[in-house]
Design a protein around this ligand. Structure first.
Ligand SMILES: [Fe+2]
Length: 411
């Protein structure tokens, strides 16, 4: 996102520079010199100004009903400066047509009161006329004998650059404008692609969440005492990660890890998993094996970062007295440390057959007591914050509502 914001700022600043340079360039040029002289044509050495003139000769080819008049012209730039973008306006009676031209292109630009205005533009190679040089061009007109022949006027217009730097500025502005246009196209194209990508990403995320919801419903169906546990743990863990200001993609990852953290319970026999009352040592070991079973099940699930570690290590303790490997401190992956706090809160706040749930103050007390022993001291504070500001109740209500909706759909 930051990258696109930078591109946009670059794009905007380039545009402003171009506009500024263009305005500045034009003002400077027009302030120094701009030539727009009107010339009544006889094409016989007449002067446009002290510094520009045309000489020309006329050839007439008579035909049955028409005469063709070819004007061979030579435009002189007698100045010490370049004549840039020169062009010629020619006004003819409507009955007179242009039938040929050389070194220029001619197009009709306007017509008024039986007269047509033509614009003659030099070929690209002759667009700029250096100091003390000339350019040749020619045009032919065809007129009917019946018309009274008159070329009303011929106007030559061009910009004169006093200093080469102004000419260079003009070139830079044009080049910058081309680059800006290209940037604009790229920006539009990329923006369109980003939108498409986001749409696809949202769809992919929806598929992942639905697949996981379905998957954890198998776990919930097996462990009747902990219905909604995985979803609540996922939501608590996600909120902890958000409050820890982890990057957005990590926050989403940790939600998935929370959903799948107890998936290993599928491998535990129902009689042990749902046994009311105290467990034997052997049964406790079987229950504890849901961590390694979950880690094994998820070892190939590499597209979501940390999902295997979350399932394998969420019963490790900060002081190293947990299971299955007895890892301690920051050797326990961060996702697993977060899940551990969220998981323990959910266990304490839910009733079991063999014990009632703890109240709010008892849970906070327990969380504080176990800080640094069972829980990472950098994480517990966020969980307590969520209890105090009531966020946990929002989660419980939401999960219970989802659960009811599923039940109603089944009925
Ligand atoms: Fe667990």
């Amino acid at each position: 996102m930051r990258k696109y914001r930078a591109s946009f700022l670059l794009f905007l600043s380039t545009l402003l520079i171009i506009i500024f340079a263009y305005i500045a360039g034009n003002i400077t040029i027009s302030n120094i010199a701009s030539s727009s002289e009107k010339y009544v044509v006889n094409l016989d050495g007449a002067y446009l100004s002290d510094s520009m003139h045309i000489i020309g000769d006329l050839k007439i080819f008579e035909e049955d009903e028409y005469s063709n008049l070819k004007y061979n012209c030579r435009l002189y730039n007698d100045m010490e400066h370049m004549l840039h973008n020169w062009h010629v306006f020619l006004v003819l009676e409507d009955s007179i047509k242009i039938s040929g031209y050389e070194n220029v292109s001619i197009k009709m630009v306007d017509s008024e009161e039986n007269k047509t205005i033509y614009l003659m533009l030099p070929d690209i190679a002759n667009k700029d006329l250096p100091a003390n040089s000339y350019v040749d061009f020619a045009f032919t007109i065809t007129r009917p004998y019946t018309s009274s022949f008159a070329i009303d006027d011929l106007t030559i217009i061009g910009s004169i650059y006093d200093y080469p730097i102004l000419y260079i500025i003009h070139i830079i502005v044009y080049v910058a404008f081309l680059i800006w246009g290209a940037c604009l196209l790229i920006y539009i194209f990329r923006n369109f692609n980003i939108k498409e990508y986001r749409k696809r990403q949202e769809k992919d995320e929806q598929i992942i969440i639905q697949a996981m919801d379905t998957f954890i419903s198998f776990v919930d169906a097996k462990d009747t005492y902990t219905r909604g546990h995985s979803k609540r743990v996922a939501m608590y863990a996600k909120e902890i990660a958000t409050r820890m200001k982890l990057p957005k993609d990590e926050v989403q990852n940790i939600y998935y890890v929370g959903l799948l953290h107890d998936v290993g319970k599928i491998s535990i026999p129902d009689a042990v998993l749902n046994k009311p009352g105290c467990l034997t040592d052997e049964e406790r070991l079987i229950i504890q094996s849901h961590t390694t079973a979950g880690g094994n099940m998820l070892k190939n699930f590499t597209s979501i970062k940390g999902v295997r570690e979350g399932a394998l290590y969420h019963h490790e303790r900060y002081d190293g007295k947990g299971y299955p490997e007895g890892l301690s401190g920051e050797d326990i992956p961060l996702y697993a440390r977060i899940i551990c706090v969220a998981d323990s809160y959910d266990a304490m706040s839910s009733s079991r057959v063999y014990r009632r749930h703890l109240n709010r103050d008892e849970i906070i007390e327990e969380l504080k007591n176990c800080t640094g022993t069972q829980f990472d001291p950098n994480i517990v504070g966020y969980m307590i914050e969520m209890i105090v500001d009531g966020y946990v109740n929002i989660v419980k209500t939401e999960v219970a509502r989802d659960d009811d909706e599923i039940k109603n759909e089944k009925q």
